[in-house]
Design a protein around this ligand. Structure first.
Ligand code: NA7
Length: 531
């Protein structure tokens, strides 16, 4: 049986960097295993129309190598899916990674063999492999969620999930199309396809707050400025809570009268981007301050959408702004002024079933050529649970996490020795500009493996008490935040029936998290059992 020092599951942004670190820096015999037919992870699967990153391009990518950073040119403020894929292919070529990636293999199980201190991995193509270190680089938003709506199996048209969009072009021209879901993905899909479909019916469960992206081509001057400021940008994104280049203002919405406050909101609105939420320091922290931002956004939508009833459905917010993932849009609200776009409020007119020809709601029956599910993911825990991980004493991850995910730092799990997670539950992950978090995780894991090898140690796992403390810390921070005020949020597992209802990522911000991880490393992993 083939045996490796380290096996990495996934060949997205995290898997690629981890493969480079394990193979080229630690000289470990390493293999990455990828379910898809090529590299890219999220950007391989999310090929839906309009797919684009919400982070600004000069901050979205690797910063570990000045050469790699500087030999690539981002041409737009926000990179689109295909551009990111091209970027990752460029990095892959530079580092010569493909030769150590096994494609088209999905992990079906991974079991820890206690007597051998090895992980036994099986794939759907009947590969059976052994490794000392198993590193899960499976992404936090990769387990697509298609809700179990009655009758879906009877539907005679084609349906698609945004996160598993076919490689082959989907022909939507002059079709009658349903779109269920209005999160980040749905808000990108709708304006893109509204231009070509005959009719688009959007089914909205919860109204979303969306800020204009204001995407644009980058001028030569701006591109050169970003390249010249490589070191500055690299340092800055490590210091802000979300890993972006913007920091939160120290001013309060209450330091200003309405006219002054709206002027500041207006400036931020015109600039666009996720930075809108940071134009005052208390928007994301205090409910009354948040309300001012929420009202400003509501006003903008009401002024854009001409049909009063539709505008009301789009602004009937039941949660504070930023308590769910903030989204960016390009002409999303404008499409509701088009004759071929209709909005259905699932709160008052819920889906009863999917029929052979379309969708039946409480008050209507629709016929559709295609249905698009922009219904999100079994976030953070889903991709890990699908690996069927079994740790020491035959402990199944599914059982261990049945009430809540238990990790230390989101990086390791008690009783699962030598198993590492990149972007796991309990880390800031989805609350950040993802590549910044990924680099921190990969570098922490690499240093830890280096430590173990140098000290000639066989295994590492966190103590049960450290994982308990970590869960308590997350709960304390989440309870004090606005995140818990959202009614249905994938941050706390509400979107998946039966999923434990606990806040999943670490909400304390990247710099604070990074400091904690650095201290753990400096103290030589005291919170871990090392043998
Ligand atoms: P999200 O943000 O989870 O959005 C999913 C949307 O689908 C959201 O509007 C949900 O409404 C809706 N949804 C989910 N389940 C249902 C059911 N059963 N019925 C009706 N509507 C439903 O996923 P995205 O892919 O948009 O965004 C994830 C991205 O965030 C990821 O790709 C990264 O780019 C960042 P809800 O609000 O839950 O009521």
């Amino acid at each position: 049986m083939l045996q490796f020092d380290s096996i990495i599951i996934g060949a997205g942004i995290s898997g690629l960097y981890q493969l480079h670190k394990c193979r080229d820096e630690l000289n470990l015999k390493t293999l990455a295993i990828e379910e898809g037919s090529d590299i890219g992870g999220t950007w391989f699967w999310n090929r839906y129309p309009g797919a684009r990153c919400d982070s600004e391009s000069h901050t979205y990518g690797y910063t570990f190598s000045e050469k790699i950073y500087k030999n690539w040119t981002w041409k737009e403020k926000y990179p689109k899916q295909n551009t990111i894929l091209k970027y990752l292919k460029y990095v892959e070529k530079k580092l010569d990674l493909k030769k150590d990636i096994l494609f088209n293999n999905k992990i079906t199980s991974a079991k820890y063999l206690e007597r051998k201190n090895l992980w036994l991995i099986k794939t759907n193509k009947n590969k059976v492999l052994l490794c000392k270190y198993l590193i899960c680089a499976v992404g936090s938003l990769s387990s697509a969620n298609i809700p179990k709506i009655k009758g879906l199996n009877t539907y005679e048209g084609k349906y698609y999930h945004t996160g598993r969009w076919p490689k082959k072009k989907v022909n939507l021209k002059n079709k009658v199309v349903a779109q269920i879901g209005t999160g980040s993905s749905g808000i990108q899909v709708a304006p893109t396809i509204a231009k070509k479909v005959k009719k688009l019916v959007i089914f909205q469960r919860t109204p979303n707050y969306s800020i204009p992206a204001r995407n644009k081509k980058l001028t030569k001057e701006i591109i050169n400025k970003y390249l010249k400021n490589y070191k500055k940008i690299k340092n800055l994104i490590k210091k802000t809570p979300g890993g972006h280049t913007f920091n939160f203002s120290s001013r309060s919405v209450f330091d200003f009268n309405k006219i002054e406050r709206n002027k500041i909101f207006e400036e931020a609105w015109l600039k666009g981007s996720l930075a809108f939420r940071a134009c005052f320091g208390d928007i994301t922290k205090k409910l009354d301050a948040n309300k001012k931002a929420s009202n400003f956004i509501k006003e903008k939508i009401l002024n854009t959408v001409k049909d009063k009833k539709v505008a009301e459905i789009l602004t009937n917010f039941d949660h504070p702004f930023t308590s769910k993932r903030p989204t960016l849009n390009t002409n999303y609200y404008e499409i509701f002024n088009k004759d071929n776009v209709e909005l259905i409020d699932l709160k008052t007119n819920p889906i009863i079933k999917i029929t052979k020809k379309g969708i039946k709601t409480k008050y209507n029956e629709f016929f559709f050529d295609k249905i698009i599910f922009a219904t999100g993911y079994d976030a953070l825990t889903g991709p890990l649970l699908s690996l069927n991980l079994v740790g020491k004493k035959n402990i199944k991850l599914k059982k261990l996490w049945s009430k809540s995910p238990k990790t230390y730092l989101g990086l390791m799990i008690p009783n699962f020795p030598n198993l590492f997670i990149i972007q796991g539950p309990g880390s800031p992950s989805v609350l950040t500009n993802v590549p910044v978090q990924i680099e921190q995780h990969v570098e922490w894991i690499t240093n830890c493996l280096n430590f173990l090898n140098k000290k000639n140690k066989k295994t590492i796992e966190p103590t049960i008490s450290s994982a308990k403390r970590w869960s308590a810390e997350i709960k304390k921070l989440a309870d004090a935040s606005l995140f818990m005020k959202a009614k249905i949020s994938w941050y706390k597992g509400d979107n998946i029936p039966g999923k434990p209802k606990v806040f999943i990522p670490y909400p304390g911000g990247l710099p604070r998290y990074r400091n904690i991880c650095n201290k753990v490393e400096k103290n030589q992993y005291k919170e871990f059992l090392i043998k």
